[in-house]
Design a protein around this ligand. Structure first.
Ligand SMILES: Cc1cc2nc3c(=O)[nH]c(=O)nc-3n(C[C@H](O)[C@H](O)[C@H](O)COP(=O)(O)OP(=O)(O)OC[C@H]3O[C@@H](n4cnc5c(N)ncnc54)[C@H](O)[C@@H]3O)c2cc1C
Ligand code: FES
Length: 590
């Protein structure tokens, strides 16, 4: 790429925007598949539906034949390592200068539409400021998750064009045989990304995905942030996508047995399917209360759109109780404050999120909830659920307090959904997780596992075996599993990235903070504008922020580069930085 030189004036940078036919095909599919942002906005959920939770609108890019040449800035206007959004009349592009070269890319993250110009440019990729997805600036390809789509890469003079396309299924047995080349148990994030990666890598044999759900793969994290959302609004891809690429999805299809010797699974209805390669991505099952009255009506866990929709219907103008002040419970409580007459939270710990985010951050968030009229019952638990005519009426606490309740949401954790593997020779650990190596291989050759149900070696924490139940992690593991099915010898090396959204504010988190022994906070907790560094010994092991973008993405990039961040560096930052300048992290300006 470069400039078109028009002397003697300063050198103008011109961009030629060409959208190739095959990219356009993809665009059409994903635009409809990402659900309608208008539908989201129109469902009356505006307040809790943080702007970043809306899916991006279909791009107003020109058609396949269009070629736009526009002078967009002067070559010297951008320094190396800088990004800028430029308006081209029909829409914006993200212009990036790196190592003296210019690149022009789509300006919005395909995940939830974050402005990438506010992200972090590092090591030839831009990391999204909201949830950490990474895009290669040379190709626009998605390199780290969440999200499924890559960025448009605009042909800008000498730049290569985008090459990633997906294969279609050419297997004659597709759709009607009792054997498949790849069987994926679980159509969540890990399963879907595995299937898509196989097609992206040119795999054209049969792929079957199966799920307990009655829906095609959907955006599960939205369930607790937008309980009103309908399944079709949550869909990650439209049914045309699965048809186009020959990815078969068996809905309401529960696998009950895996016979690894004969490479065969049995479904609940007796149907049997043979496979050559198997991915286990069954995710987890929510824990339920075991107290007296646990069988009464109107007590829910949130796993499906139906659960979420029913909760919000029952809570409207009535009393809601949430048990468990973790991410899921707190997101539900926040969402219900606008709908319910009262919202109460019951929690064993003294402070919400304490184990994950520490006491001070937990207290600041608790205050935000109290200011939004959420009532907390802390350091207690439920002893009984009382009903009237079979329907929940009261939640009785161990502290003897009785709380009125018409609906109760239980968010007290989950267990791996691996019960169906107990009779197989696939190893499970004592908690029911499937241990895998860095290539997502189980102990059985040809059987891979990914997502919430696995423990795996976390590369940048000395290969400690961990379970990380995050949306982004499930994507990354699904891809590595697919690559290894194709003998590409890929290893999982992503830095964990998590987010939550409550009352229109987002909290971002990167790293693995288990066992932190100190928290260093910069910013103002009362104002909910802060960054918290979680340290263990001399090292930063995780970071969380609110209203402090893009620091979490920046830390994630540094950790992904293999550089450790020392506690002392952070202490100096907190001591000296009044401005929130983050140049100390990268050695460059922030
Ligand atoms: C309400 C909610 C909100 C969340 N919010 C966030 C968030 O904000 N950020 C974040 O990072 N993470 C969040 N998570 C966690 C995130 O959704 C998970 O980490 C992610 O979905 C894990 O992906 P997975 O593919 O491993 O499993 P899942 O997405 O759980 O998918 C599992 C699949 O396996 C299928 N399955 C299970 N057993 C069988 C069987 N025996 N036979 C056939 N199919 C089977 C299921 O039907 C499903 O299709 C949230 C989770 C929930 C429930
Ligand atoms: S909006 Fe970019 S990763 Fe979510």
């Amino acid at each position: 790429m470069g400039g078109c030189f028009s002397k003697p004036k300063p050198v103008e940078l011109k961009i030629e925007v060409v959208l190739p036919e095959k990219e356009r095909g993809k665009e059409e599919l994903s635009a409809s598949g990402k659900g309608s942002p208008r539908a989201y906005q129109g469902n009356g959920t505006a307040r809790h539906f943080h702007t970043e939770e809306r899916l991006p609108a279909p791009h107003p890019y020109p058609g396949a034949q269009d070629c736009v040449e526009a002078a967009i800035c002067h070559v010297k206007d951008l320094e190396n390592g800088q990004m800028r959004e430029v308006e081209l009349g029909w829409g914006k592009v993200l212009l990036v200068k790196d190592n003296g070269e210019f690149h022009a890319l789509g300006h919005k993250c395909p995940h939830y539409g974050a402005p990438l110009v506010k992200g972090v440019l590092s090591r030839g990729r831009v990391r999204c400021p909201w949830h950490g997805a990474c895009f290669n600036i040379g190709t626009g390809d998605l390199e780290d998750f969440p999200g499924l789509d890559s960025l448009h890469k605009f042909q800008a003079l000498q730049l290569q064009r985008r090459t990633k396309v997906m294969a279609k299924c050419i297997s004659p047995s597709a759709g009607h045989s009792s054997s498949t080349n790849v069987l994926i148990v679980g159509a969540g994030a890990a399963g879907l990304v595995c299937a898509e990666t196989l097609r992206q890598e040119g795999f054209s044999d049969r792929i079957v995905l199966c799920t307990l759900d009655r829906h095609l793969p959907y955006d599960r994290p939205k369930l607790s942030k937008s309980l009103d959302a309908q399944p079709e609004q949550l869909a990650l891809r439209p049914k045309e996508f699965f048809r186009a690429y020959g990815i078969e999805v068996l809905t309401e299809a529960q696998v009950v047995t895996v016979d690894v010797r004969n490479k065969k699974v049995v479904f609940k209805d007796g149907f049997k399917l043979e496979y050559s390669k198997l991915l286990l991505a069954p995710g987890s099952s929510p824990k339920m209360l075991s107290c007296k009255g646990k069988e009464v009506e109107n007590v829910f866990t949130i796993r499906t759109p139906e659960d979420a929709n029913r909760v919000v219907r029952l809570a409207r103008g009535r009393n809601a109780v949430v048990v468990g002040a973790g991410f899921l419970g707190m997101e539900v409580a926040a969402y219900l404050t606008e709908k319910a007459h009262s919202v109460s939270v019951v929690e064993l710990e003294e402070t919400p999120f304490r184990r994950f985010l520490g006491e001070r951050v937990g207290r600041a968030l608790m205050k935000m909830f109290e200011n939004n009229r959420v009532k907390f019952y802390m350091q207690t638990e439920v002893s009984e659920l009382r009903a009237q005519e079979g329907k929940l009426k009261e939640v009785v606490l161990k502290s003897s307090k009785v709380v009125r309740a018409d609906v109760c949401v239980v968010g007290i954790g989950a267990v791996p959904a691996t019960g169906f593997l107990r009779q197989s020779s696939i190893n499970l650990d004592s908690r029911g997780f499937i241990p895998v190596n860095k290539m997502m291989q189980t102990n059985v050759p040809g059987v891979f596992a990914a997502g919430d149900a696995v423990t795996f070696p976390l590369a940048w924490r000395n290969n400690r075996k961990v379970n990380i139940p995050h949306w982004q992690m499930a994507h990354a593991q699904g891809r590595v599993a697919a690559q290894n099915m194709l003998a590409q010898e890929a290893e999982i090396s992503t830095v964990p990235y998590l987010w939550t959204a409550m009352f229109g504010r987002s909290l971002r988190y990167a790293g693995y903070g288990e066992g932190f022994d100190d928290v260093i906070i910069q910013g103002d907790l009362e104002e909910l504008k802060f960054v918290a560094f979680y340290t263990k010994g001399d090292e930063v092991i995780a970071v969380a922020s609110m209203n402090y973008d893009p620091i979490v993405s920046k830390v994630a990039e540094v950790l992904a580069s293999g550089r450790a961040i020392r506690k002392r560096e952070v202490e100096l930052f907190v001591l000296h930085s009044k401005t929130g300048d983050m140049s100390w992290l990268t050695g460059k300006g922030s």
